[in-house]
Ligand binder design. Structure first.
Ligand code: HEC
Length: 190
């Protein structure tokens, strides 16, 4: 009897240890995809601003980012998106309930002094459709984002007119450097 209990406890411990190991494997795999994705976008934004001004930088956020996210989703079989609590494009950027909660926690952690570029969260969630590994990494606002996501003083009249025309329900302005613009989110079926 005693022996049986020990075996049961040991296999429980082993089960938990396995789960933790799997989780860190998934975290590393997500970081390996999300990290370069974020870095490429930041670099593309910087060079577009440097070479062609902000008008041409629109393409980075509007075309390149969703296309890269789509390509990576197809390659990995995960759902990879950019989400935000204040979206410009509600079709692509609106967070689901889990993402919304974690984005709010990111803001709270940043308010307490955590650096936005270090903020990540990983969790296994059970949904009616199945079990998923979920991962999110915060996207900090940089200088090069302000011409389109900053306050009114940073956005040119031309850009204001363009945004008003293309995104009449735009919520993605008023940011300052160091705030969290949103996150790159990964949802992976298990
Ligand atoms: C030249 C203008 C411009 C610049 C500069 C710019 N963005 Fe954007 N951003 C946009 C537009 C336009 C969209 C909406 C894209 C779409 O239609 O899906 C957007 C969307 C986003 C989204 C998706 C969520 C949403 O609100 O729809 C994120 C996240 C984002 N931008 C982050 C950034 C960050 C971080 C920077 C700086 C590194 C940046 N952007 C710089 C124009 C810009």
């Amino acid at each position: 009897m005693k022996k049986l209990m020990v075996v049961a406890i040991m296999s429980m411990v082993a089960g938990v240890a396995m789960a933790a190991e799997d989780l860190s494997k998934y975290v590393e795999e997500s970081k390996a995809v999300v990290g370069p994705f974020g870095q490429k976008l930041m670099a593309a934004n910087k060079s577009a601003v440097a070479n062609g001004g902000h008008e041409s930088a629109v393409g980075v956020c509007k075309e390149i980012a969703p296309q890269m996210a789509g390509d990576l989703s197809r390659q990995t079989g995960w759902k990879l998106t950019r989400v935000s609590l204040k979206v410009r494009n509600p079709l692509l950027g609106a967070p689901d309930a889990w993402e919304q909660k974690k984005l709010q926690e990111f803001d709270a952690r940043a308010a307490k002094g955590d650096k936005p570029d270090t903020l990540v969260v990983a969790e296994v969630v059970e949904e009616p459709a199945g079990k998923y590994f979920r991962f999110m990494k915060a996207i900090p606002v940089q200088e090069g984002c302000l011409a389109c996501h900053g306050d009114a003083s940073h956005i040119s009249d031309g850009m204001k007119a363009k945004l008003k025309l293309e995104y009449p329900n735009d919520k993605a302005t008023g940011y300052s450097v160091g705030q969290i613009r949103g996150a790159i989110s990964v949802k992976r079926p298990l």
